[in-house]
Design a protein around this ligand. Structure first.
Ligand code: MN3
Length: 203
């Protein structure tokens, strides 16, 4: 059974940058639904015992198009939101340090430059999707964006997302309405860089 990551904070803990109603709806409705639908889709496709990274990395081994699409959309929705809700746990470092900072400086020149590039990707994603900070097979960091619930893991071997920004309207519309750029600018205030550093050092 796939289970949503438990969030160690109250729905109102991310105020004023992310409002309680958005967090509750996003986590307890949207994310919960992706998780339930993934469990059903994994049963249907015969991959229920596998881990989510394996499923997303090997979507092309599922021959049936409807089953593959259900895994892609709901598997992505499950995984992406687990990363998202973990990385914004209150507390922790307000900016990268240690090995993660070194890797960011090597890939982008500075943390400010990473923020600038990822903000531009998040704002520029047409329609629903995500902006990503990921590690490639050689351990180098890079930024990207994707539509819908697509995830860098599905691009091929060795792609590991370590940080993401959800730019589906459900992530911000109750508070920010059409102002996605304001949501993205404020999102940086929420990031717990200790969690991102753990994601970076995990593999
Ligand atoms: Mn979302």
């Amino acid at each position: 059974m796939f289970e949503q990551v438990k969030i160690p904070y109250a729905y109102d803990a991310l105020e004023p940058y992310m409002d309680a109603e958005t967090v509750e709806t996003h986590y307890a409705k949207h994310h919960a639904t992706y998780t339930a639908n993934l469990n059903a889709a994994a049963q249907e496709a015969g991959v229920a015992g596998k881990n989510i990274e394996d499923i997303l990395a090997n979507l092309d081994t599922v021959a049936d198009e409807a089953k593959r699409t259900a895994l892609r959309n709901n598997g992505g929705g499950f995984y992406n939101h687990n990363l998202f809700f973990s990385e914004i746990a209150p507390g922790g470092a307000k900016e990268p340090s240690g090995k993660l900072k070194d890797a960011i400086d090597e890939a982008f020149g500075s943390f400010d430059e990473l923020k600038k590039q990822m903000t531009a990707l998040a704002i520029g994603q047409f329609g629903s999707g995500w902006a990503w900070l990921s590690k490639d097979a050689a351990g180098k960091l890079y930024v990207s964006k994707s539509g819908n619930q697509d995830n860098p893991i599905s691009l091929g071997s060795g792609h590991t997302p370590i940080f993401t920004i959800d730019v589906w309207e459900h992530a911000y519309y109750l508070k920010y309405k059409n102002l996605r750029a304001s949501y993205v600018e404020n999102f940086w205030n929420l990031v717990n860089w200790d969690v991102v550093a753990k994601n970076y050092e995990k593999l």
